[in-house]
Design a protein. Structure first.
Length: 308
């Protein structure tokens, strides 16, 4: 459009001769010419920027696809090649104890116990890494999920720890959201399990699960009365292998919260913690409402189209 206007202006100006125009008109024509030239330059820069952005997006999608393939390969290796030698070492160590327990000196039995414990910790670490990698590689389609049912299943899985710690777990009415039922159950299980693990010696664990609607999504909170977290570590605790305590104080691999965050992000949500040391902790995460299914499916299809 601007090209047509420029040609029409030039045709009329040329016919009247620029030199014969008043100085104000000559400056106007020159300013218009400069504006059109600048417009052409800016448009070329914008088109080039869009081309580079599109190329970068394609490269990142390709890198993401390659990363997912590598995760699948790792999952296979972790579930087969790495587990087998560990099972063999653990089996022979336990065989030594059964056959020669009365013949071995006390320090030798302690050494074997250390070795068995190390193998078992490595197996737990590999299993947790495998779970972390499968958040993306074994995902199911998002469907309406009752958080009440997901919570009930998580508590059932933790019934022994709940009984031993005399934990009290209560919840407000929970919504139906869009998600993967097994993964959301795992989020609840990890968060409640942590509340039981990191309890104070003075009181039995008390956990409350609540939900509130914010726009098109739900914010879920899991609050406890445990030892709490210093706010300076609020981001660190969600990083894989980052621990705030030694394994002798609190057992674990330091992957549980990283798994939770990865699951929530796979559900297009966010996860964070609000806490003070010694004052319990509240873990919060967002999930899309079940009524957002159509919109999320459309966005997923657009994303898949861009990556192909």
């Amino acid at each position: 459009m601007h090209k047509l206007l420029q040609r029409q202006l030039r045709r009329h100006v040329d016919s009247a001769s620029i030199d014969s125009l008043p100085s104000e008109w000559r400056r106007f024509v020159e300013a218009v010419d400069q504006s059109y030239q600048q417009f052409d330059t800016d448009r070329a820069l914008v088109e080039r920027s869009m081309e580079l952005a599109s190329q970068e997006l394609h490269e990142r999608n390709h890198a993401l696809s390659r990363s997912n393939t590598e995760l699948q390969q790792f999952a296979y290796i972790a579930s087969h090649d790495l587990q087998e030698p560990l099972r063999m070492v653990s089996g022979y160590m336990q065989l030594l104890v059964r056959r020669y327990k009365d013949k071995l000196p006390q320090d030798a039995q302690e050494f074997i116990a250390y070795a068995v414990d190390g193998v078992q910790r490595m197996q737990r670490l590999i299993n947790d890494l495998l779970t972390y990698s499968r958040v993306e590689t074994r995902q199911r389609p998002l469907t309406p999920v009752s958080l009440t049912e997901a919570l009930r299943e998580a508590i059932t899985n933790l019934q022994m720890a709940v009984a031993e710690s005399q934990a009290v777990i209560v919840h407000d009415p929970l919504p139906t959201v869009l998600g993967d039922a097994a993964q959301l159950m795992q989020v609840f299980q990890n968060l409640i399990g942590n509340a039981i693990k990191f309890r104070t010696p003075q009181a039995a664990p008390h956990v409350r699960i609540s939900a509130r609607r914010v726009g098109t999504e739900w914010t879920i909170s899991v609050s406890d009365n445990g030892i709490g977290i210093d706010p300076q570590y609020a981001d660190r605790i969600f990083v894989i292998f980052q621990r705030l305590h030694t394994t002798s104080e609190y057992p674990g691999t330091g992957i549980g919260l990283a798994i939770c965050k990865k699951i929530v992000e796979r559900h297009m949500g966010r996860m964070w913690v609000e806490s003070q040391a010694g004052r319990g902790a509240t873990f919060l995460f967002t999930l899309p409402g079940a009524d957002q299914l159509g919109q999320l499916v459309a966005e997923s299809q657009v994303a898949e189209g861009r990556s192909t």
